[in-house]
Design a protein around this ligand. Structure first.
Ligand SMILES: Nc1nc2c(c(=O)[nH]1)N[C@H]1C(S)=C(S)[C@@H](COP(=O)(O)OP(=O)(O)OC[C@H]3O[C@@H](n4cnc5c(=O)[nH]c(N)nc54)[C@H](O)[C@@H]3O)O[C@H]1N2
Ligand SMILES: Nc1nc2c(c(=O)[nH]1)N[C@H]1C(S)=C(S)[C@@H](COP(=O)(O)OP(=O)(O)OC[C@H]3O[C@@H](n4cnc5c(=O)[nH]c(N)nc54)[C@H](O)[C@@H]3O)O[C@H]1N2
Ligand code: SF4
Ligand SMILES: [Mo]
Length: 694
């Protein structure tokens, strides 16, 4: 070992939701090595390829290093370097001008996947400025799970991998690639290696199928039908937890009556899963105690997400798996500042009525604006015009459904500011671009606000280059210019102290401790009841009519009806080497996955004259893109699995880096949206394929 290297501890971040404890080797203000920390609370030494490559983000020659102002027409790729003072003043002037003319709600604040504490400082800035419009990716990422959970059982039921389970139902979660929201796959593997059964519910034969007792290869977008089929069997065969159902649920008879029609045979027709496999899975889930559902993102990628998540929580409940160790639990937060207080929710008491989504009648408690409604406000002025946008840690040109519409909407905005670490298709059409300092260069707190019952220390280890600033500092300084100064700190570090303050620790003591975890207590309902209007798990929602929600989970058809002109079903999954649209510019990662690949069954490929490695045109009713064929029988003959998040940093900036060529969201649309969350169909879309003949 090199004696000059100093090893320090932190947690990995911003390559996914983060969570693995790391040992980072430092030399001369540079990171020279990254390892998994064997003592890590979540990972016990595990580390992935993205984390090993993560220091390369910081030293890339093309990284943004100075504030930039658009010099030519929007999107022309011409920039002028300006000072931070000028950049912040220009943003402030534009936002104030829009506020005067259209009200504060005419400015929207956007963030993508929550990456760290800045996500909540951004919400705070919007609240203090007076805008109810924070645009997030929540409509397609976790809000359906979390908010449906709150309505059904009073909390967000998180898979508890910290205690032994008898069975894990891995439902639409490719955890060995995604480790989603800190559910680190090494924890799950440890359980399986010590005897926990695994059932995989995925249209693709993912790696973990090898270790599973059963694999349900369902048709994409039919999860609600499958879950209703499982409920049917469990109730019909009286396999449910009678004590729990009797004492702690509301509306069981309604549910029982309602699911009678979802027989395994009926459900099999819809889902392609054989009826006996549906029966066996239902029996195994009901009879293994405790059992947990590790649920993944595709349950939130179609217009029926509310029905899917409702049905899954009903399953957890009637089998007695809610809030028991090794089940799906209410993770209790440590003693830290409450989110509402941190973001100053009190300053905007009418937010729920004033935000863009109120007009569309979304489910109560959805506090970020779905992207589709945000774009309608820009393009149609419904319910009112939006003219300015601050984009941070996000790349909407790739991540919002219907990228052409996103382009059109953004090009018609009066003013856009974007903070990023690298130029992106979104930043390329902004008016001001701000260079952000990022993981390893900033003091940060991980997992705040995610509902997993812990926060992680991510201290600054090295200095950022040139003029890069932490997002929290940018927001703190911008806040002073566009809103009353008393809500902002002299030194932005105070925000970190504010969060950990109630625990009695300073930020630096928290760093020494590495993480804070809430108390491990279960079955809190036995003392206090469930935090729902009836005090019970609401299998039938008692206030459904009041909020125009369906009282019972339904099957209302496929996300998109079958269409013979588009005979294949398009789905997608995240790449293990990238985070959404990020980091195609990191050489070590690009070498591992140089192209956007689309998985096609060999027979389907042959029928369409496609060979392995061919460039393939994928076409839906909404658009066409090209990706590279990868022939594999891990997908069904009727399904293709395409890559998400592709743009080409090596392409020309004035063409926004070929954002249309392989971008999955050229194939999606916002014409049909789920009513409760404004969720578009990102998956289960009819498509056809052909070889690109040039
Ligand atoms: N079709 C389709 N669409 C999808 C999905 C899908 O599966 N299919 N997935 C959806 C989901 S689940 C999500 S969460 C969203 C994600 O949507 P986004 O969050 O918009 O996607 P990212 O590519 O992660 O964009 C993050 C940007 O943040 C920048 N960045 C990284 N670190 C920092 C930092 O410290 N500071 C700043 N200022 N910037 C930083 C990166 O360079 C990158 O440009 O996409 C959604 N869209
Ligand atoms: N490497 C990496 N890690 C990530 C991310 C990333 O971009 N890259 N993104 C982060 C974010 S923001 C999120 S939200 C999570 C998402 O991570 P996951 O929850 O794992 O989501 P996906 O990778 O989109 O899909 C998971 C699995 O669902 C399957 N699937 C596709 N369609 C369907 C369907 O209709 N029904 C069912 N049952 N299964 C289906 C796919 O084949 C895939 O194997 O990962 C986080 N971690
Ligand atoms: S799984 Fe996620 S948190 Fe863990 S090392 Fe990889 S990128 Fe980092
Ligand atoms: Mo996400």
């Amino acid at each position: 070992m090199d004696d000059d290297i100093r090893w320090v501890k932190t947690h990995c971040a911003r390559m996914d939701h983060g969570g693995c404890a790391l040992l980072v080797g430092l030399k001369d203000n540079k990171i020279v090595a990254v390892r998994g920390d064997p003592n890590g609370f979540l990972n016990k030494g595990y580390i992935c390829a993205k984390a090993i490559a993560s220091p390369d983000r910081l030293t890339h020659p093309d990284r943004l290093k100075h504030p930039l102002k658009r010099a030519g027409k929007r999107g022309q790729g011409k920039w002028k370097r300006i000072s931070w003072k000028q950049a912040l003043n220009e943003i402030a002037e534009n936002f104030k001008k829009i506020k005067e003319r259209y009200g504060a709600k005419g400015v929207a604040f956007g963030a993508g996947m929550p990456k760290g504490l800045e996500h909540f400082v951004l919400i705070r800035l919007a609240n203090i400025f007076g805008s109810p419009n924070v645009v997030g990716s929540q409509d397609v990422c976790h809000a359906p799970r979390e908010i449906t959970g709150v309505h059904t059982c009073g909390f967000y039921p998180v898979a508890d991998l910290h205690h032994p389970s008898r069975l894990i139902l891995l439902w639409a979660s490719n955890i060995t690639s995604t480790n989603e929201e800190g559910e680190i796959s090494s924890m799950l593997l440890k359980q399986i290696n010590s005897g926990t059964d695994l059932i995989v519910i995925d249209p693709r034969k993912i790696d973990l199928v090898k270790k599973s007792k059963g694999w349900l290869q369902l048709k994409p977008g039919t999860d609600h039908a499958l879950a209703l089929g499982l409920l049917h069997v469990i109730i019909q065969e009286s396999l449910y937890d009678r004590d729990f159902v009797e004492n702690w649920t509301y509306g069981f008879d309604h549910l029982a009556d309602h699911v009678k029609k979802y027989t395994p045979e009926e459900v099999s027709e819809i889902t392609w899963v054989p009826p006996d496999l549906i029966r066996e899975t239902a029996r195994l889930y009901a009879q293994s105690k405790p059992a947990l559902i590790q649920w993944g993102n595709p349950i939130e990628h179609n217009i029926h997400t509310f029905d899917i998540t409702r049905a899954l929580i009903c399953l957890m409940a009637i089998c007695g798996n809610l809030d028991v160790p090794g089940g799906n639990v209410h993770a209790k937060e440590p003693d830290i500042m409450r989110l509402g207080a941190f973001v100053r929710a009190d300053l905007i008491p009418n937010k729920r009525k004033e935000m863009i989504s109120a007009y569309h009648g979304v489910i109560p408690r959805l506090m970020t604006v779905p992207a589709a409604f945000f774009k309608r406000a820009i393009l149609e002025g419904t319910p009112y015009p939006v003219k300015g946008f601050y984009s941070m840690c996000a790349n909407p040109m790739l991540s919002y459904a219907d990228s052409r519409q996103t382009y059109k909407a953004f090009m018609s905005l009066d003013f856009i500011a974007a903070a990023d670490v690298f130029m992106t298709p979104t930043a390329a059409i902004a008016d001001i671009v701000l260079p952000a300092a990022t993981q390893f260069e900033i003091d940060d707190i991980g997992h705040y606000g995610l509902g997993h019952g812990f926060i992680l220390a991510r201290p600054k280890l090295i200095d950022p280059p040139e003029e890069c600033w932490p997002d929290i500092k940018i927001l703190n300084e911008l806040g002073k210019l566009i809103s009353p100064k008393e809500y902002w700190h002299d030194d932005y570090h105070q925000f970190l102290e504010d969060v950990v303050g109630p625990s009695g620790l300073t930020y630096s003591q928290f760093v020494d401790k590495r993480y804070l975890r809430g108390p491990e207590s279960f079955k809190l309902y036995e003392q206090k009841g469930f935090r729902t209007p009836t005090g019970k798990v609401e299998l039938r929602l008692s206030q459904a009519e009041k909020f125009s929600l369906s009282p019972l989970p339904r099957f209302q058809g496929l996300p998109q009806e079958d269409d013979p002109d588009y005979p294949l079903v398009l789905t997608s999954s995240k790449s293990q080497y990238y985070l959404h649209s990020s980091y195609r510019w990191i050489k070590k990662l690009r070498e591992k996955r140089p192209d956007p690949k689309v998985e096609i069954h060999p027979e389907t490929a042959a029928q369409n004259g496609i060979r392995d490695g061919d460039e393939v045109i994928i076409e839906t009713k909404f658009g066409a893109i090209t990706q590279i064929a990868h022939l594999t029988d891990i997908v069904d003959k009727r399904v293709i699995n395409a890559s998400h998040g592709w743009w080409f940093p090596e392409a020309r900036q004035e063409e926004q880096y070929e954002w249309k060529k392989s971008n999955l969201n050229i194939l999606t649309s916002t014409t049909e949206l789920g009513k409760e969350f404004g969720t578009p169909n990102l998956k289960a879309i009819g498509c056809k394929i052909r070889r690109n003949e040039y």
